[in-house]
Design a protein around this ligand. Structure first.
Ligand SMILES: *Cc1c(COP(=O)(O)O)cnc(C)c1O
Length: 388
């Protein structure tokens, strides 16, 4: 058996060893509840607050604008539901895009059943939201716009600065799901016209089950988890202090290594994209090229075969990829993102996402470029659709 190759970093990453080392003492020696008044609690509370400062600094925010949550899904839910419930007197119209993560889309569906009116902005063939479209869609009763920074399936980086500027001029709050971009792309909330922003540690080499929501000073939210008074009464529940400390370390490292890492990873990305398109006839790249694409994302559609078939064959060779988003693979519905950029159901079904990480090597990319075209040729030879 050869070495395994992990190309599914958009689904999750491992915890890097510096992060693990930072976390370990907090399982045992430093275990107090940060809400307790005794020294055990105060000790942990101090570290939780240091982590809040670190995360705030990495994002250009103030420490009190950082709320800890259980991850990207909860941050997205808290941003949308929390804002909608607290501000429904001003209006009930919310705008999002058709290519958001399900944490946003399913929350919007639920809000729409509760009487909110949701508009889903279309995207162009590379997945970009058009700021002019947003401008036209904002109404007097619009309270909130939620657009992701970078798409988890096709890597498109949205023009959040421009979109946020429009929201600001119109007096509408702006939420950004930055779960794929935090640690990867520069984020400076001192300058970005963004009011709410979600991040999740396990997408940047931190632990699973912990995230944060940036809530700009002055933005009102209604809590969705009720209980104790943690996080200034906005998010009840004993702090996952080990996770919070890990998340801060992971984000600090990711931000400090960002430029160098992106240079390396985007070279590997382009090598993989160019190689696949060259070696596999009737294949296409989904999403844009260059610096408007996440440096670690490759997504291709390959005609006449099913993504699931390619995944299984790659898996047998120890290569981990995804046929869409992790949430949709396993179901037969084609990805809503690929349909939104205009692919037919048939082409969308033949799609593969390969998301790179900081340990991937050129040799691994070349291995994929060697085996995948063969897998495709074999699957096509069995396909009644293909007249090679
Ligand atoms: C992974 C992901 C989420 C969900 O984050 P979890 O921490 O896994 O709940 C939300 N949005 C995007 C864009 C993601 O990639």
């Amino acid at each position: 058996m050869t070495e395994k190759i992990y190309l599914d970093h958009a689904a999750t990453t491992y915890v890097r060893k510096e992060v693990l080392a930072e976390m370990l003492p907090f399982f045992t020696e430093h275990f107090g509840n940060p809400m307790s008044v005794h020294s055990f609690g105060r000790d942990v509370a101090k570290h939780v607050e240091n982590s809040r400062e670190t995360i705030a600094e990495c994002l250009g925010a103030k420490p009190k604008e950082i709320m800890f949550t259980s991850g990207g899904t909860e941050s997205d839910n808290l941003a949308l539901r929390g804002f909608a419930y607290a501000n429904s007197k001003k209006g009930k119209h919310i705008i999002t895009s058709s290519i958001e993560h399900h944490a946003i889309l399913h929350t919007c569906e639920a809000l729409s059943k509760e009487g909110f009116d949701i508009t889903y902005l279309p995207v162009d063939s590379e997945g970009f939201v058009d700021p002019k479209e947003l401008e036209k869609t904002i109404r007097p009763d619009t309270i909130l716009v939620s657009i992701m920074h970078a798409n988890n399936e096709i890597g498109t980086i949205e023009p959040i600065e421009e979109l946020g500027e429009i929201c600001r001029q119109r007096g509408v709050a702006f939420h950004v799901d930055a779960v794929q971009s935090a640690g990867v792309l520069p984020l400076n909330l001192k300058e970005l016209p963004v009011d709410l922003l979600s991040i999740s540690a396990h997408k940047f080499y931190g632990p699973k089950g912990v995230g944060a929501l940036f809530v700009r000073n002055g933005i009102r939210l209604k809590p969705i988890l009720l209980g104790g008074g943690q996080e200034r009464n906005l998010r009840a529940g004993t702090h996952n202090h080990v996770g919070i400390i890990g998340m801060a370390k992971a984000l600090e490292l990711a931000v400090s290594e960002q430029q160098e890492a992106n240079l390396c990873i985007s070279k590997l990305r382009d090598r993989l994209i160019d190689g696949l398109l060259e070696k596999i006839p009737e294949s296409r790249l989904n999403g844009p090229r260059g610096n408007k694409r996440l440096p670690n994302n490759v997504n291709v559609s390959i005609k006449y075969i099913e993504g699931e078939g390619m995944l299984l064959h790659l898996d047998m060779l120890g290569i981990a990829a995804s046929s869409g988003s992790a949430c949709t693979s396993g179901s037969l519905d084609p990805s809503h993102v690929l349909l939104a950029i205009g692919l037919t159901h048939e082409i969308a079904h033949g799609s593969l996402r390969l998301s790179l990480g900081k340990e991937n090597t050129e040799a691994e990319i070349d291995k994929v470029l060697e085996v995948l075209p063969k897998i495709v040729a074999n699957l096509r030879a069995m396909s009644p659709l293909y007249q090679g």
